[in-house]
Ligand binder design. Structure first.
Ligand code: HEM
Length: 549
């Protein structure tokens, strides 16, 4: 009798639970029908909203998990219509624009769309103090940096002007690329020859085996850091770049503003870089006289407007990130494509070999002006590897693509999707075609090609970046015989490769587009290419072991 009663009770309990679930499900269903089917009919000019199931949170989970994957789902959900649509992320509506014409309109519109709060957020999130914030965003016409300017600028905006002056072709550009970067980069290459490069994995009779990712990380970042900050920075922190690489892998947590509990790795790397910059800035300027125009100028300006060293270090950290965070990745992907495509490698090698001068040095100007395949290759790599997104605030109703974007919301342009637009890049937009831009140079100015952003915030470092990578690739190809170490690379790939022993069966490193990045994406952690470098004209050393290649 007792057990009968308890069974009845439990049946009753289960059915109550089931009923509660049913009720919640029904409410959710009605809410979804209302929100994503009925409501949009009453507001035809509002961009449609990508449906979700959990009110308030919306697409939080899918965006955190795989940023570009979530955007790709949105594209497919709306049948690749290219109409602006919106997503809902924890209380924020974000409009997504993927049509090239809409993106061009967004860039042109500087009145109802604003970049301002995005920059302010970056300063706040990196921890600039209230007084530092006021100093960096106040417009003081009498400040030193504004003397002689027609329109006075806030220091936070003026920094980008200093970037432009440093990287505009002319004396300062030459000082940066020809006097500072190239000699430093050449030194890094000599470290491969003398065996001291940290990228060397093993040695053999034919040369050295290097980790391509490590080579690009150390050679590009060391030379750029020295070129900008001078040598003192290495006395302050010889391991700065290790912290920077942790920051590189974890800065999506900064961009997503993840709670501190889940971001210890990112916070530690950030603080380590900032503390190094504080110590660096505390060293008398006369002992750091080898820093470049850009670093000198922003330091002088920030001191003049009353920033302390801690705030200066935080601002420097943001710009160090902009300067350093992309070049090494673009170089990595370019070289990875080349060693995976030996016939393209040979063509590029042949093209750049005409840039070798009588003294054996490479003529950088020749490379920049007379090597169309190298230039096209870099453009194609940029097309495929950029995963950043432009993000802006809507400050007044804005007409875009036949829709009205409402103030108080944000708009996002995923460059990766723009770069995969089938009507511009063909039915297989992911296919790598190094000569694409030689065959159709107009693509470089296509509205669907924005590797360096556009409009007022077009990347000031774009010409410098492309020329540096172009030079570096040419320098590697002319100094060394280069090929992939097939056996060692295969070992890294966990059986991802295809059948057979040929190069085609070797898996290409996977690009990690799951996290937002202000520019190019890194490979998935652990993915790399092992490359054999043999100094050209160097006799084979018979005493060393056999190569795997
Ligand atoms: C291959 C290398 C690079 C890539 C792919 C790249 C990409 C980009 C992109 C996409 C933007 C636009 C962001 C937006 O519109 O919201 C941008 C802006 C910017 N980049 Fe680069 N960049 C590279 C190298 C550099 C270098 C070397 C520097 C400095 C010397 C630099 C400094 C900046 C700055 C300061 C901005 C902000 C401009 C502004 O807000 O007015 N970048 N970059």
């Amino acid at each position: 009798m007792h057990s009968m009663r308890s069974m009845e009770l439990s049946t009753h309990t289960i059915s109550t639970t089931q009923r509660s679930f049913l009720a919640v499900g029904l409410v959710l269903l009605c809410w979804r029908l209302w929100r994503f089917t009925l409501l949009p009919r009453t507001k035809p000019l509002e961009p449609k909203e990508l449906p979700y199931w959990i009110p308030y949170l919306g697409h939080v989970r899918s965006f955190f998990k795989d940023f570009n994957g979530a955007l790709e789902k949105g594209r497919k959900y709306f049948g690749d219509s290219k109409e602006p649509y919106s997503v809902w992320i924890a209380g924020t509506r974000i409009y997504i624009c993927t049509s090239p014409d809409d993106v061009a309109d967004l860039y042109r519109n500087t009145t109802t769309i604003s970049m301002h709060t995005v920059i302010e957020d970056m300063y706040r999130w990196i921890g600039v103090s209230d007084s530092g914030f006021r100093a960096m965003f106040a417009i003081d016409a009498s400040a030193q940096h504004n003397i002689g300017l027609r329109t006075p600028e806030a220091p936070a905006v003026m920094i980008n002007e200093y970037h432009r002056q440093q990287t505009k072709q002319g004396e300062l550009f030459d000082d940066l690329l020809h006097t500072r970067i190239i000699p430093e980069f050449e030194k890094e290459l000599r470290c491969i020859i003398d065996g001291s490069s940290p990228s060397i994995v093993s040695r053999s009779s034919n040369g050295v085996v290097v980790s391509l990712l490590q080579l690009c990380t150390s050679a590009f970042q060391s030379s750029t850091t020295t070129a900008f900050l001078g040598r003192k920075i290495w006395e302050v922190n010889p391991n700065l770049l290790q912290s920077f690489m942790v920051w590189e892998r974890t800065n999506w947590k900064y961009l997503f503003q993840m709670p501190a509990l889940m971001s210890q790795d990112m916070l530690k790397a950030r603080d380590d870089i900032i503390n190094s910059f504080v110590s660096y800035l505390e060293i008398p300027e006369t002992e750091r006289d080898d820093r470049n125009f850009f670093v000198k100028s922003i330091e002088t300006m920030m001191r003049d407007v009353g920033c302390n060293e801690k705030d200066m270090a935080k601002v420097l950290m943001l710009h160090f990130w902009a300067i350093q965070g992309n070049i090494y990745k673009v170089a990595f992907w370019t070289l990875a494509h080349l060693v995976h495509n030996p016939s393209v490698l040979e063509q590029v090698q042949a093209e750049v070999s005409h840039g070798i001068k009588g003294d054996g040095q490479l003529d950088e100007i020749y490379l920049a002006e007379k090597c169309p395949l190298l230039d096209s290759l870099l453009s194609e790599v940029l097309r495929l590897t950029i995963a950043s997104a432009l993000i802006r605030d809507i400050v007044a109703p804005t007409h875009i693509g036949g829709k009205i974007l409402q103030p108080g919301n944000k708009v996002l342009v995923p460059y990766h999707q723009l770069h995969l637009n089938r009507s511009v890049w063909g039915e297989e937009p992911l296919s790598f075609e190094p000569a694409r831009f030689v065959e159709n140079p107009k693509l470089l100015s296509s509205k669907a090609y924005r590797p360096f952003g556009g409009g007022k915030t077009l990347c000031p470092g774009r010409i410098f970046a492309k020329r540096f990578v172009g030079y570096a690739v040419a320098a590697i190809l002319t100094k060394f015989d280069v090929c992939i170490d097939a056996e060692e690379t295969r070992k890294l790939t966990d059986g991802r490769g295809g059948k057979g022993g040929g190069l085609e069966s070797l898996p290409f490193p996977r690009i990690n587009h799951t996290k937002p990045s202000p520019g190019a994406s890194l490979p998935v952690e652990g993915d790399d290419v092992l490359v054999v470098l043999r100094e050209k004209h160097r006799p084979v050393d018979k005493n060393l072991g056999e190569l795997h290649a």
